[in-house]
Design a protein around this ligand. Sequence first.
Ligand code: HEM
Length: 489
Amino acid sequence: MLIMEGSSKWLVYCAGALLVLRFILRNVNWFLYEYKLGGKQYFLPPGDMGWPIIGNMWSFLRAFKTINPESFMDSFYSRYGKTGIYKVLMFGNPSVIVTTPEACKRVLTDDDNFCLGWPRSTVELMGEKSFIAIPFEEHRRLRRLTSASINGYEALSCYIKYIEEVVISSLEKWTTMGDIEFLTQMRKLTFKIIIHIFLGAESEDVMENLEKEYTKLNYGVRAMRINLPGFAFHKALKARKNLLAIFQSVVDKRRNERRERLPGKKAKDMMDALIDVEDENGKKLGDDDVIDIMLMYLNAGHESSGHITTWATYFLQRHPEHFKKAKEEQEKIIRNRPPTQKGLSLAEVRKMEYLSKVVDETLRVVTFSLMVFREAKADVNINGYLIPKGWKVMAWFRSVHLDPEIYPNPKEFNPERWNEVRKAGEFLPFGAGTRLCPGNDLAKLEISVFLHHFLLNYELEQLNPLAPLQFLPHTRPIDNCMARIKKVK
Ligand code: HEM
């Protein structure tokens, strides 16, 4: 009897101790990040900063491993109401997530109060000299210089022919390859295009190696920053090292060639332009600057377009009614083409009204960049809530694009919903403000050229139509969309 009493007392003590320990652990983050704000802490948005060190990362990663990643934000909505702004601890930083069009737009366009705030791990992988880490003025100068070669009518007209050639030959080749990972092949295709634009054709020999390393790099970008063997971040750091070595050899080769070239000869691609650029004091960029910018551009320029083109094809093939409409539009373009014209023109691409809705709808449903990061430069008030200076802000595009109040039945692929004009901030696949994606027109061009040829002549037969989806680092079928490409007779 006495022994029983003694052991139940112990159980009560243990349960009490566990509760106290839980209470202490749940309040570590409050003590570290909120307590020191003094009275200002009462103006913070609602939310929960999770456990010490890992914060909300565990629940974020867990939700994005299920079939319903929305469960992560839904848990905030159900606990704190639809305020559209929540405090969290993610990627090692006290942060605020904003989920409404107005708040996202405000954060992205207010350069006086917000600067870029990508997590340390992303900066380490993309490079200290890439756009996500260099100072404001330096970014402006290099952005102007580099985006000129991928934006606007003149630049795009230079690439359309090459894009079309690569698309036609790839589609033809895939029909002979049997079962293929459609997404992998598509990423190779978009990589080939971006390499051509940025490095010229000479670097095709290093292409295969580069692409493999980029795949590993990307898996690390949204992973936890754990630099131990076996972890995605560790593998990504190794991939970056290999990429740097490959790019260094490309830069060395280019500098040697330039020494032998006649002075005054025009820059021929982005690498030449970067090597030539001087600041107001005549100072040129070093190899490490050129390499980080190239590394960033080549990454941004192929992963995203490769994924979105794959998804647009996938959706069209699964929705015969949209496929039919999109195909009819392409047939009309061919019918109206002057007999002397060879290949697609930019003017024709701009007339593809229905296809443009297909592309926008794909960008919305998939939301390739589920969120982007900023940092508050000063205490900022949004909707009556405080974002303290130094805290990170995540503009959570996925919640905006999948909000049923903005897009009824949001997970349904329905290009027709683009018959309606959207308000500012409701559609942010390419971001907004000074960091708006400089490759948006190029990406849309690549996707449209591919879909034009696909719709007219091919079909996609998925081998595992029920394959589950994976959402990190980017949404994709887990089998990379195993499929056969068939020519339509
Ligand atoms: C469907 C395709 C694409 C999507 C969905 C996409 C999405 C985005 C988004 C959301 C941002 C803004 C990041 C931020 O606000 O911090 C961005 C920036 C950027 N994108 Fe894209 N992108 C695509 C294609 C491309 C292409 C084809 C290129 C290059 C040729 C490119 C190059 C860049 C660069 C360099 C930045 C950084 C801009 C800066 O910081 O000034 N992107 N992209």
